[in-house]
Every structure is written in C-alpha cells, then in structure tokens.
Design a protein around this ligand. Sequence first.
Ligand SMILES: NC(=O)c1ccc[n+]([C@@H]2O[C@H](COP(=O)([O-])OP(=O)(O)OC[C@H]3O[C@@H](n4cnc5c(N)ncnc54)[C@H](OP(=O)(O)O)[C@@H]3O)[C@@H](O)[C@H]2O)c1
Length: 280
Amino acid sequence: MRITIFGATGLLGQALMREWAEDEVTGLGSKDADIRNLLQVLDAVRRTRPERIVLAAAYTDVDGCETQPQLAFAVNRDGAVNVALAAKQHRSRLLFVSTDYVFDGIKTTPYEVQDERAPRSVYGRSKAEAEVRLREILPECCMVRTSWLFGTGGKCFPDTILKLAQSRPELQVVNDQRGSPTYATDLARAIIQLCRKNATGIVHATNRGDCTWFEFAQEIVQHAGLVTPVLPTTSDKFPRPAERPKYSVLSPQSLAAYGVTMPTWQNALERYLTARRGQG
Ligand SMILES: NC(=O)c1ccc[n+]([C@@H]2O[C@H](COP(=O)([O-])OP(=O)(O)OC[C@H]3O[C@@H](n4cnc5c(N)ncnc54)[C@H](OP(=O)(O)O)[C@@H]3O)[C@@H](O)[C@H]2O)c1
C-alpha cells in the first residue's frame, strides 16, 4: 500500500513513521506541503500517489488557538478540507486524526462516537467543524479521536513534569480534569491496524484506563524514581486561555469493534520512560 502522512514531523507523525513497516510511506511536514495551500496539497498527493492518506497535521497549541483563531481554523478545518479534496480527486482513502476536545466534558461516563459534539475551545471547534466538513466531502473517511497524547520527539506532559520535578521543590497539578493519556506509539499501531481493516466513520482510540492530570503526574514522578512531592490543585487556580473539558474519557467500544485493543496508560508510560531514557 502507498501511504502519505501529513504531519509526519509531529509527535504522532514520528511514531507513525517509525511503526509503519511493509508499506511504501511518505512523510510530509509543513515545509513539504502547507495544508492551508490547496495547490501544495494537490501537488503532494499527485507526486506521492497514495492509496491512503493519514492526516495528523494540526495546529495543536490549544491556548494558542484562543489567541489565533484564524490560524486555528485555517489549519485545522480549512487545511483538513484541502486534504480531503485532494484525497477525493485522487481516490485515496483518508484517515483524519481528531480530538476529545470536540466534547464539552459534562458527561461522567465515557464518550461514545455518537455523542454530540459540543466543543468549548477554539481548538475543539476547529477540529469539530473539520469532522463535519470531511464527512460531507468523503463519507467513507475514518476519523480517529484521541486524547492526552505523549511520546518521544516533542513536547508533552510527562516530559514537562519530569523536567519540573528535577528543578522545583514540589509540583501542583490539576485534579479536576479526567481523561486518558495516550502513547503516540500505541496510537500509531492502532491507526495502522485501522487502515489495514479499512475502517470508516468515527473511532475512539486512547490507551485504556483514565486519570486526572494530578494522578498522571504522580505516576510519572514515581515511575521515574523521583521523590518530588506532587500536590493536587484545581483548574481555577491556574486560569488558561482555553477551557478544557472536565471529563473527556473516550469509550473503547468503537475500536474494539475493529478487533483492536490498546494497552493501559500505565503500561504505556513505562515504555515511554524506557524509550526516553534510551534517548539520553
Ligand atoms: N497532542 C495532543 O494531546 C492531542 C490530543 C488529541 C488529538 N490530537 C491530534 O493528534 C494529531 C497529532 O497531534 P501531535 O501532538 O502529533 O501534533 P504536533 O506534535 O503538534 O505536530 C503537528 C504536526 O502538524 C504539522 N503542521 C502544523 N501546521 C501545518 C500546516 N499548516 N501544514 C502542514 N503541516 C502542518 C507539523 O509540521 P511541522 O512540524 O513540519 O511544522 C507537525 O508535523 C493532531 O491532529 C491533533 O489535533 C493531539
């Protein structure tokens, strides 16, 4: 199979490039093709002639999206539309990576794929609008929503916590947002399986289990063998430009329907810490 990945230089994109064997994969960063530019996207797809496109490119700075909404919609919605138009023209299948932030977080049980979108942030709105537009352009498109991504090769929560735990006497971390941390390597493997199975429609893919950011931080510090105290706090003590959902656990049912299961987030964290140590 010939695959083209937009966003190959990002956290997930790098994991996809590492994990994807047996196929002919081309990875593109924003320098190779800016998805805001339809001509560049069409040209990239014409050159690489993919049977399958994975769209992992996005403007992922959730707070930055609040201050730069035009950029957020230009990349996350209109850029995704450009890729979908190119996929349609070249008859390529498309897998689009989306987010738990399309939900408002008022549920207290895991979000199912048919639950209504109600984003509270510009980032969430830009991705939610992309989902709607992509469905119109390519009804067979697969949209994989994930959450709380971490991995080697970029900024992520565990990396930040480890650095802070080594430089501060104690850490305060919010304990009122619950979700599922997801290791980029595990998500990449799930995406590859979904592509092999020609998955369509919305699929929720995260590591199994859930926690708050505080619980996640506690586990990170403990697993790394550090003794820095981690203290729980609340979001109102750390106001940020973008509102985050209080609860954004995604149900694994849609993924299980394709016979795919993902490891627990604690298991994923252990493998991440080993990989991070290996990077020196
Ligand atoms: N991070 C999370 O916690 C999280 C949670 C849920 C869902 N997601 C979704 O998962 C996907 C992957 O996220 P990630 O964390 O791996 O992202 P990331 O590390 O921030 O990487 C973003 C990628 O998008 C590319 N990109 C940005 N603007 C572009 C443009 N105008 N044209 C072409 N490419 C552009 C970047 O290319 P360059 O580096 O070459 O500029 C990079 O490859 C995204 O769709 C994101 O919305 C992420």
